[in-house]
Design a protein around this ligand. Structure first.
Ligand code: GRF
Length: 205
C-alpha cells in the first residue's frame, strides 16, 4: 500500500462493472480503499461484488429497511470516507448530503457531456440518443456532481469513433470499455492529489 490511502465510497444501482474495474485496478489497490458500497436498492447486483471483497454495503432511501441520507452520512463519516464515486447510481443526491460532501462527489457518465446528459439520460437511453443523432463519436465523462444531473465540472473525458456502429448496444459496449479505464485513472489521480480546480477548469497533473 502507498503512504496515503484515499478512502472512497462507491454508489451503484446496477450490475457494478465500474465498481469491479475499480477493485481490479492494480494502481488503485495501492492508493485507494473502498470503504463502502451504497445503493438505492436492497438487492443491488453490485452488492455481490462488494461482498466478494468484504466491503460494507448500505441501502439508502425512504423505504422500510433502508437508511436515510443523514444516517448514511454518519456511517460514511465514521468510516472516514473522503471521496464519493457515483458509478451507475441513478438517484439524485439530496442537497444536504451534497453540501456536506461539496466538491467530493464525482460521477461517471457514458457520453461526452455536456451533450446527452440530464434527467432520464442513463443506461441505454443515452446510447439510443447518441445513435439516433448520428453522432460519429461518443465516449465517457468523469465529472464533479452538483445539484442537477450531469452539469458539474468535467474532470476527464475520452472519446471513441462510432461511425461504423449498427446499434445503441454496440455504442454501450465500446463506451463501457472506456469507462473502465478512465474511472480508475481519475481515482488514482485523486489519491495522488493531482486533480485541482483552477479557475473554471479542472486540471489533472
Ligand atoms: C455505466 O454506463 C455508467 O456510466 C452509467 O451506468 C452504467 C453502469 O454500469 N452511469 P455498471 O453498473 O458500472 O456496470
Amino acid at each position: 500500500m502507498g503512504i496515503f490511502i484515499l478512502r472512497i465510497a462507491v454508489f451503484v444501482s446496477g450490475r457494478g462493472s465500474n465498481l469491479k474495474a475499480i477493485l481490479d485496478s492494480r494502481d488503485i489497490q495501492e492508493n485507494i480503499e473502498v470503504k463502502a458500497v451504497v445503493s438505492d436498492k436492497i438487492d443491488c447486483p453490485a452488492f455481490s461484488i462488494a461482498q466478494k471483497f468484504s466491503i460494507l454495503t448500505f441501502s439508502v432511501g425512504n423505504k422500510i429497511g433502508f437508511m436515510n441520507y443523514e444516517e448514511l452520512r454518519e456511517s460514511l463519516q465514521s468510516l472516514e470516507v473522503e471521496l464519493i464515486v457515483l458509478a451507475g447510481y441513478l438517484k439524485l443526491i439530496p442537497n444536504n448530503f451534497l453540501s456536506f460532501y461539496k466538491g467530493k462527489i464525482i460521477n461517471i457518465h457514458p457520453a461526452l457531456l455536456p451533450s446527452f446528459g440530464g434527467k432520464g439520460m442513463y443506461g441505454i437511453n443515452v446510447h439510443k440518443a447518441v445513435f439516433e443523432s448520428s453522432a460519429k463519436v461518443s465516449g465517457a465523462t468523469v465529472h464533479f456532481v452538483d445539484e442537477t444531473y450531469d452539469t458539474g465540472k468535467i474532470i476527464m473525458q475520452r472519446c471513441i469513433d462510432i461511425s461504423d456502429v449498427k446499434s445503441p448496444e454496440e455504442i454501450a459496449d465500446r463506451v463501457l470499455n472506456i469507462e473502465h479505464e478512465i474511472l480508475p485513472f481519475v481515482l488514482n489521480k485523486f489519491a495522488e492529489g493531482k486533480i485541482k480546480i483552477v479557475g473554471k477548469r479542472v486540471i489533472i497533473n
